[in-house]
Design a protein. Structure first.
Lengths: 326, 332
């Protein structure tokens, strides 16, 4: 057991999986000699060499396209895109190829690959470096979309993603990289994909969040408990797609109220899918309309106004109060 | 295809021109040195990529453009924008994220736009603005104009598909665009020989059958001469060019990256700094009797004052109002 921040926890997962399985390799811009912009791939090059830790030219379509080819023929690439905002340069390779080979070849080929990308706000960055685009990937059949909420879930989910036989988009909240340290076990720990976690039990309202928004949700739950005496159940989604419908629905059947929090713009975001799922399966348990606390429908906010765009504790508390008062 | 390795123009330098070139290079340099200080003080958010060391390229190239010609750039664009004539005060206000900035404080350092100066913007997605430059050139041609588009980009854009797509298309459609690669030998931490199968970037012009030239990017007059030829080709014959200006960034990739990180040595950086474009040009002007020490000191003083004013202006400008967060998404 060591106390690690999220960067170190991810780095540990990569080291251990590369040691365990010689078919796992890492590819991306500056992931090798330099150790990655956010240092997640630090020391891998030194330990495993340039054959397995590949510094690619600046060419996202080629990074993902060649990784698809590698995966079809048995390798397990873990790709890094420096910021999620650059992934549109390779979106066609992800959507048209990585996600579809299993279906296209009727199961004869598949892509066991992970595409890691930092996403989200909170570091006063500029356009293309602060957005949350999980909704694009969550919408694509054949892909899995994973977002850890801290060091321990990051480590466990990255191991799970590398071992998963299907392509996984793995988002890492930039704001969490150095935010907190957690006990992370030395021995390999794997978290299954497609499973949400109830991180705090409660009976009055279900608050659903993921990534950097989990901390916001938990703080809001604390405020509501301290100031209003209500008990909030908090769910950490962890995998956005495929959605763990059972955990969400079971919780709302108990509480009768739900609020969803995400950093992606509100319209057509993950909140819409989660709300529809609840409506379909728990309509008769609902005591109030489901609410979403999300970023506004703008493509980016600019660092001067970023704080006003990303959901904060006050906005989540307000939405919960309205839902509870309905 | 015309191609030059390095040229040392024999032409005698005109004093007015020398003053203009030196003063613009100094402005870019002082502006960014100040911006670096402001970044350290937390006044500038987001990222800050300094152009220090590369000033001769932007200044030399812009000096042969007409005011109605266009320029478009990547994210290391403060120098390009200032050279095109943008108000340093509004550029600094943009870096500060304030409402009087060129992009109303919502763009920051990488997204400077100035319609009044035909500066088509900074672009943070590496390689993505190259086809946009071709499109702007297409529009000029379509409308029967004789302006040209000058498109700056780094060596990092060369491995991107959009570089090759754009060169092919500009050649095929005969567009008045000048692609000028500022080859500073690194894309972030990746040295050019680790990213490109062909490191002589101007040679990609051969494949597409257009003019390609390499030039010493530390020599403002040499840059001027090469770009002037390309502008003529674009204006008269609507023929695109690929230019490679060999240069070096003295600072780190951004303010978050130390100047001599693991990917390059202190010695290398030190060696390159001896070819500081401002120092070289200054010495040349002094030696040739074009400018005196006193004249240069006056230029420096003027530039320092402009930069101080820019900082004061940026500091006094308010943050963008909250309502602007959701503005300008659609026509209102
Ligand atoms: C499509 C894309 N991929 C990656 C990045 C991250 N990135 C920003 S700058 C840069 C290096 C670019 O190098 P170069 O084009 O040579 O410009 P220089 O920094 O040397 O001016 C990288 C990899 C990006 N902005 N866009
Ligand atoms: Mg470069």
């Amino acid at each position: 057991m060591a106390k690690l921040n999220m960067v170190k926890a991810l780095n540990l997962a990569l080291h251990q999986e590369m040691e365990r399985d010689p078919d796992v390799l890492v590819i991306g811009e500056d992931v090798g000699v330099d150790g990655g912009v956010f240092r997640v791939t630090e020391d891998l090059h030194r330990k495993f060499g340039g054959r397995r830790v590949i510094d690619s030219p600046l060419a996202e379509a080629a990074i993902i396209g060649t990784s698809v080819g590698m995966a079809l023929y048995g390798l397990k690439p873990v790709c890094e895109i420096q910021f999620s905002g650059f992934a549109f340069q390779c979106f066609h390779q992800i959507e048209n190829h990585a996600a579809r080979y299993r279906t296209r070849s009727q199961g004869r080929f598949h892509c066991q690959m992970v595409i890691r990308m930092p996403y989200g706000g909170g570091v006063r960055a500029l356009e293309h470096h602060t957005e949350s685009e999980e909704q694009f990937y969550a919408h694509i059949p054949g892909l899995k979309m994973v977002i850890p909420s801290g060091p321990r879930t990051a480590r466990g989910l990255l191991v799970g993603a590398i071992r998963d036989p299907d392509p996984v988009i793995f988002f890492e909240a930039k704001g969490l990289y150095h935010a907190a340290r957690e006990e992370v076990p030395d021995e390999i720990e794997t978290l299954p994909l497609g499973r949400a976690q109830v991180v705090q039990e409660g009976k009055d309202l279900t608050l659903i969040a993921y990534g950097a928004m989990l901390r916001v949700a938990r703080e809001a739950a604390q405020v509501l408990q301290d100031e209003d005496g209500v008990e909030i159940e908090v769910i950490d989604l962890l995998t956005i797609s495929p959605l763990d419908r059972e955990t969400v629905v079971t919780s709302v059947q108990k509480t009768g109220r739900a609020v969803i929090v995400h950093e992606a713009p509100k319209s057509f975001g993950p909140g819409a899918e989660i709300a529809a799922t609840i409506m379909e399966a728990a309509f008769l348990s609902l005591e109030a309309p489901i609410r979403r606390v999300a970023a506004y429908d703008v493509s980016f906010a600019g660092f001067a106004r970023e704080k006003a765009n990303v959901p904060d504790v006050a906005r989540v508390v307000a939405a919960c109060r309205e839902t509870l008062a309905f | 295809m015309a191609q030059t390795k390095t040229i040392t123009p024999a032409t005698k330098i005109d004093a007015d021109l020398a003053r203009r070139l030196l003063s613009q290079m100094l402005l870019s340099r002082r502006f960014e040195e100040k911006a670096a200080e402001m970044y350290a003080l937390g006044k500038i958010g987001g990222f800050l990529h300094l152009y220090i060391g590369q000033e001769a390229v932007g200044v030399g190239a812009t000096s042969v453009l007409r005011a109605d010609d266009y320029a478009i750039s990547a994210y290391r664009e403060h120098g390009h924008c200032l050279a095109k004539g943008s108000d340093p005060r509004r550029v600094m206000a943009e870096l500060f994220g304030r409402r009087d900035g060129l992009s109303k404080g919502k763009g920051g350092s990488m997204h400077l736009f100035d319609k009044s100066k035909n500066f088509l913007g900074g672009h943070a997605i590496v390689g993505a603005h190259l086809p946009i430059a071709a499109g702007a050139a297409f529009a000029i041609k379509y409308q029967g104009g004789d302006q040209v588009v000058l498109c700056y980009f780094g060596d990092g854009a060369v491995p991107q598909g959009e570089f090759h797509e754009s060169l092919n298309l500009a050649a095929l459609w005969k567009l008045p665009v000048i692609y000028i690669c500022e080859n500073n030998r690194y894309a972030m931490g990746t040295a050019i020989h680790r990213a490109l199968a062909q490191t002589e970037i101007w040679r990609y012009a051969e494949t597409y059958g257009i003019a390609g030239e390499a030039v010493d990017g530390m020599d403002v007059l040499a840059v001027r001469e090469v770009v002037a030829r390309a502008v003529e080709r674009a204006r008269r014959e609507q023929a695109p060019s690929l230019l490679e200006a060999r240069t070096y960034r003295f600072r780190g990739h951004s303010m978050r990256d130390p100047s001599a990180a693991v990917y390059r040595t202190k010695e290398e950086v030190g060696r390159e700094k001896e070819r500081d474009p401002i120092k070289l040009f200054r010495e040349r002007c002094l030696k040739g009797g074009v400018l005196t020490e006193a004249e240069i000191r006056t230029l420096e003083k003027e530039v320092n004052d402009l930069v101080d004013e820019a900082v004061a202006f940026a500091d006094a400008s308010p943050e963008p109002p909250l309502e602007w967060l959701t503005a300008e998404v659609y026509k209102e």
